[in-house]
Ligand binder design. Structure first.
Ligand code: HEM
Length: 409
């Protein structure tokens, strides 16, 4: 492996099924910059952690000397959402969004969704019917998070199929391969975005007149200490929650089941003790994180990392998945070990942009994996490794065929 090719190898599909040997190679040059115009790639745990907290590092794409594609595919025609903003705008919008989502104003929002999450998971597993083999992605992991976001935002149940029909092409459009190649597909994605935007605008208007117990109603009412969001800001936030919370959760559930099927002793233990789900999910976020790297950072002044000067305006890639396997941080990092006592992973990022939806993502995945472990009789992998999606940032299998002997009630 020549050093000059390492950055290209991060996006090379050939490394998708097992990128970890490449990440080990990257960690040997903790600040890697190969050619003019390439990003500065940071791969060790402590450097990533420190840069995620550094106010000289910006998430605002307008600070980039050479703006590139937006890997989250968030090109919606709406104002930038808070994931792409710096303080003070980021903090204002995140605080308002949080006043409709978590403590101190809505401390029970996520926990109160627990019965609904069980219900959605139960219905999806019941839907396997008499089958003895399913695609866990299409039949379970993919439909689950979008239904959850609908309930969180307050999309009426009768509208969920319409909502999903718009979300499907938008989320499929996040894959770099599908994004630009087919003009018809690109047109459909654009159309879906417009339709979804119009639908959400109508819903916000309706919720401001007749509020329910949902996030959009709270955001539309907007009486918190930080003031309120404009309608456009509410729409950007809703689309952000949808996009940031969808494929990430699909991949955590799918990577999770794949890892458990490769380590059946933990699948067995989870069946016996569903409380183990909390540790399993944390270790998965370290061992197989759905967000492999954060490529949307730039430095606003020259900064020095390990003796290397990174010039202002440079693009920085923070390799979360490489940091999570850094032997200077974790003992025996390539071992899947949910019994670790120290699980301070980078799977949800860190610092001011750390994952807003983490409590929901954790609960969704804990319930999903515990229920799959409990209900599937003798599940096993059909294909290992399974086929992967092209995306190097949001990494996960495109399909995960799983065979089993039956479904317990
Ligand atoms: C397993 C599932 C998930 C993973 C692995 C994940 C991971 C991440 C990561 C790594 C970041 C940091 C990005 C950065 O620093 O630029 C992030 C931010 C974010 N996530 Fe998640 N996420 C997940 C699920 C969710 C869900 C379910 C939601 C919404 C309900 C959500 C909403 C957000 C938002 C709004 C941000 C931006 C936070 C900010 O800029 O302040 N995420 N997520």
């Amino acid at each position: 492996m020549t050093r000059a090719s390492l950055v290209r190898q991060i996006t090379d599909f050939a490394n998708r099924a097992n990128p970890y040997p490449l990440y080990a190679e990257l960690r040997r040059t903790p600040v890697l910059h190969e050619e003019e115009g390439d990003p500065y790639v940071i791969s060790s745990y402590w450097d990533i952690e420190s840069l995620l907290h550094d106010p000289r590092i910006s998430s605002d794409a307008s600070n980039l000397a050479e703006p590139g594609a937006d890997e989250l595919g968030e090109n919606t025609g709406l104002p930038p959402s808070f994931i792409r903003l710096d303080p003070p705008e980021h903090d204002r919008l995140r605080r308002i969004a949080n006043s409709a989502f978590g403590p101190p104003h809505k401390p029970r929002r996520v926990d109160d969704m627990r019965p609904e999450l069980h219900e959605i998971v139960g219905e999806l597993i019941d839907g396997f019917g008499d089958a003895r083999e399913i695609d866990l992605v299409d039949q379970f992991a993919y439909p689950f998070p979008v239904t959850v976001i609908c309930r969180l935002l307050g999309v009426p149940r009768e509208d969920e199929p319409r909502f999903r029909a718009w979300v499907d092409p938008i989320v499929a459009g996040l894959d770099p391969d599908t994004r630009q190649s087919d003009p018809e597909f690109v047109k459909n994605v654009q159309e879906a975005r417009t339709q979804l935007g119009m639908y959400l605008a109508g819903l916000v208007e309706q919720r401001s007149k007749e509020p329910g117990d949902d996030m959009l109603s709270d955001l539309a009412a907007g009486k918190g200490p930080d003031g309120s969001m404009t309608v456009m800001e509410i729409l950007s936030t809703a689309v952000l929650l949808l996009i940031a919370g969808h494929e990430t959760t699909v991949n955590l559930i799918t990577n999770g089941m794949l890892t458990l099927l490769r380590h059946p002793e933990y699948l067995h233990r989870l069946r016996e003790d569903p409380d183990l789900a909390a540790n399993i999910v944390e270790e998965l976020l370290r061992y197989e994180p759905p967000v492999q790297l954060v490529p949307q950072r730039t430095c606003i002044t020259d900064i020095e990392v390990r003796g290397v000067t990174i010039p202002a305006g440079s693009r920085i890639w923070l390799m979360l998945a490489a940091g999570n396997r850094d032997p200077e941080r974790f003992k025996d990092p390539d071992r899947f070990d949910p019994d670790r006592s120290d699980l301070q992973h980078l799977g949800f990022g860190s610092g001011i942009h750390s994952c807003f939806g983490a409590p929901l993502a954790r609960l969704e995945t804990q319930i999903a994996l515990a229920e799959l472990a409990r209900r599937l009789v003798e599940p096993r992998l059909v294909e290992d490794p399974p086929p992967y999606r092209p995306n190097a940032v949001l990494r996960g299998p495109r399909h995960l065929p799983v065979a089993f002997e039956g479904v317990r009630p």
